[in-house]
Design a protein around this ligand. Structure first.
Ligand code: SAH
Length: 380
């Protein structure tokens, strides 16, 4: 008989410390898998492999995810197939509209309660879907609302792809003014740093570009991956043989200011980031985009325009680069605002004088906090 002790036996202690520390992974979805892996998943569920192709066709080509609509499948197989391949990954919380309904921001809840946002923008002749790649972001750029909340977690391939499919479905259903349409462009400019979730992002690009019915069959040229400048990943992406457009968020041509605006610059400098962008253009023959948010009296001085022009043209003038200036969008708690119109104009003039093709981004969705840098996924 053991001696009675003052402490209760272990199993009656509260289990707080035994809670799993690691977040549950999102359920595995058809869009997470290569076509081979889909066949294996279907076989594992006790069904013939060719059923995977049929479900892929419904999902990617017909934009159907409701098993009831998969009428070429035997009725008793629809549910098991949907369970094996199409678990629900995103739950819409709300959608806000601007520009007469042609800009639509959706707040999504993920399986573990994490919140992310995506934005659909319809222009004459094209539709761009701006997707998130992480819940939150760890890059801490002080002018970006997402950066203020820190990183919650990486998104899975399926969660990334589902944002595009959700947009495609609402377009196909005619929910966006302008009649039924298709997604022509995807930009990784929503929440998160795509290069910090590299494998899932590249796999999602493959799903978008794989020919139907294995993927959406989009052109890689219509897909833009935007990064703060994680140099090793930029070098790696140049070797992937998928010619997506690369955008580098530079925001300052000098390390002193960039260290403040884009803190990862203390790890990879302006020179290193621009060299990696140039290398991407050299290897892929795709013109890269240099993103530059114009912030009044912070980075919009004429001398910085000259310095940026010199920096970019120092790698040659063979059309490897263009500058995309973004008037700063306001974010809560930030004292910074967009540049004066005359300073913006002078900045453009000086860059063009150096021979750098320059555009000023037509910013959509400001009034619904859906513009660049405004996605915080908190607006409930
Ligand atoms: N993390 C990636 C992608 C997300 S942000 C990146 O930084 O590139 C997409 C673009 O919006 C980036 O160029 C980013 O610097 C810019 N941006 C962030 N906050 C902004 C703001 N408040 N106004 C204008 N552009 C902003």
């Amino acid at each position: 008989m053991p001696e009675p002790t003052a402490t209760p036996p272990l199993k009656t202690l509260p289990l707080v410390f035994e809670e799993p520390r690691k977040a549950r992974r999102p359920p595995r979805h058809l869009a997470d898998m290569s076509s081979q892996a889909r066949c294996e998943a279907v076989v594992a569920a006790g069904l013939p492999a060719y059923r995977a192709k049929q479900v892929s066709h419904h999902y990617f080509s017909r934009l159907v995810d409701d098993p009831a609509e998969m009428t070429d499948l035997p009725a008793d197989l629809r549910e098991p197939l949907a369970t094996a391949l199409l678990p629900k990954l995103l739950t819409p919380i709300h959608t806000l509209e601007a520009d007469g309904g042609t800009t639509r921001k959706t707040l999504w809840k993920l399986h573990d309660g994490a919140l992310v946002e995506s934005v659909l923008m319809r222009y004459p002749g094209r539709v761009t879907m701006c997707v998130s790649s992480q819940a939150g972001c760890g890059m801490a750029c002080p002018f970006c609302a997402t950066g203020q909340g820190g990183l919650q977690r990486n998104m899975s391939t399926g969660e990334i792809v589902e944002q595009v499919l959700a947009g495609a479905r609402s377009l196909a259903r005619g929910e966006v003014p302008g009649g039924p349409g298709r997604i022509s462009n995807v930009v990784f400019m929503g929440m998160g740093e795509p290069m910090a979730n590299y494998n899932a992002v590249i796999a999602s690009v493959r799903r978008m570009t794989d020919p139907a019915p294995d993927g959406l069959g989009m052109s890689a040229r219509g897909i833009t991956v935007s990064t703060v400048g994680l140099v090793p990943r930029m070098l790696q992406m140049a070797e992937e043989q998928i010619p997506v457009t690369l955008a580098l968020s530079l925001h300052a041509p000098d390390d002193e200011l960039r260290n403040e605006l884009v803190p990862i610059n203390t790890r990879w400098s302006v020179r290193e980031a621009v060299a990696a962008a140039w290398n991407y253009a050299r290897v892929t023959k795709r013109r890269v985009s240099i993103e530059y948010a114009l912030i009044k009296d912070i980075n919009d001085q004429a001398w910085r325009a000259d310095l940026l022009g010199e920096l970019l043209t120092s790698y040659g003038d063979w059309g490897w680069v263009h500058a995309n200036l973004i008037p700063l969008n306001p974010t809560p708690g930030s004292k910074w605002t967009a540049s004066r119109v005359e300073d913006e104009r002078e900045f453009v003039r000086r860059l063009e004088a150096k021979g750098v093709p320059t555009t000023v981004r037509d910013t959509r969705g400001r009034e619904i906090d859906g513009a660049c840098g405004q996605l915080a996924a908190t607006s409930l």
